[in-house]
Design a protein around this ligand. Sequence first.
Ligand SMILES: Cc1cc2nc3c(=O)[nH]c(=O)nc-3n(C[C@H](O)[C@H](O)[C@H](O)COP(=O)(O)O)c2cc1C
Length: 381
Amino acid sequence: MSVDRSVEFTGIHFENPFLLSSAPPTESESNILRAFDAGWGGVVTKTIGLHPVVNVYGAKAKFQRTSPDDASVSMKKRPGAALHSSWNWELISDKPLDWWAPRIRRIKDAFPNRVLVASIMAGSGNDKELRHWQELAEACQAQGADALELNFSCPHMDRRDMGSNIGKDQGLCSVVTEAVKAVATIPVWCKLTPATPDIVVEAAACFRGGADAIVSSNTFPSLPMIDPETLEFEINVDGLVSSGGMGGPAILPLSLAKMAQLTQAFPDRDFSGIGGISDFSQALSYILLGCGTVQVCTAAMLDHAVGPNVIRKLNAGLDDFLERHATDGWKRIADFRGIRRDRVVLQSAIRRPDEAGYNAGFEAVEGYATPLPDDEIAGNS
Ligand SMILES: Cc1cc2nc3c(=O)[nH]c(=O)nc-3n(C[C@H](O)[C@H](O)[C@H](O)COP(=O)(O)O)c2cc1C
């Protein structure tokens, strides 16, 4: 039986809802062509900036594994260990815009029906820098990019007005989105950092600026482990390390929690989910919470650099799911997207053996400690 894997997302038609996220798998023309050959519905380019980038000495990304016997987390390879996470301190693309522009055109010419999203990033401290965002947006869309993803989430930026520092500042989120929307002729997605107390605040700001979708999560800020023998960080340069980003299985539940907040606050908006996806079961959690597309990085890095087996499994898992649920009348993703969004509720709404006298562990309260009304919790205030 043939099934319909396609989705419409921010007005774009996708053959399937699975994208490679902005990261090493999408850092070159040859990788992206291989990814489309392998069957990915879309690709988000490694983030493109205007200014040269030089990465640190040595490895820019590594994998952390955990052992069943002692539950330790370490980058050291050992038998029987399972993947825990990826850890990276890689900056944005070290290739300039001039390098990317003709390649975007060639990739689109080779795969006109696949979706190519250009991830872009600049500073945001003054009008000149806002103009940089516009320059990047105009150049990428002129070469045929289908959408723009604004990187408000790179965790490695020292400057207060770049990367995840934009994603922590609702004013900057709004201003940069608005600046890009002023010149964009294609949809604009904003990729937010999860490193903020209430991601709904920054998402609302992006929507105020005109964003067509929110993407979450980028990697979570984290440090590598300190080796108990050498007392050195497992990844370091001259003994020094800076805060890096963690991805992969370890962030899946964290990222789902961020996504649930987002989709509950904005049930009618478009969301692309990322974090810890390696097969359809994980993608399904994001879709059931309301995501229209999902993106993958760590699992693809570990599978021939662009994830040919990962996309095969994702597509096969979706096909199998649709076939099993044909009797429910589900023919495509749109038929079940978001059906578990409203199952995330306040602790007090969960049934318990003895409801009598339950008051969440405190006396009846007034004023400051009064629980928030539902509409404030949902971010609608
Ligand atoms: C080595 C590495 C480099 C990355 N570079 C970028 C980047 O340039 N731009 C971006 O938006 N996200 C970047 N990311 C974040 C990923 O796109 C993704 O959001 C994150 O890894 C979580 O997904 P995962 O759990 O599937 O790995 C990078 C991740 C890794 C591991």
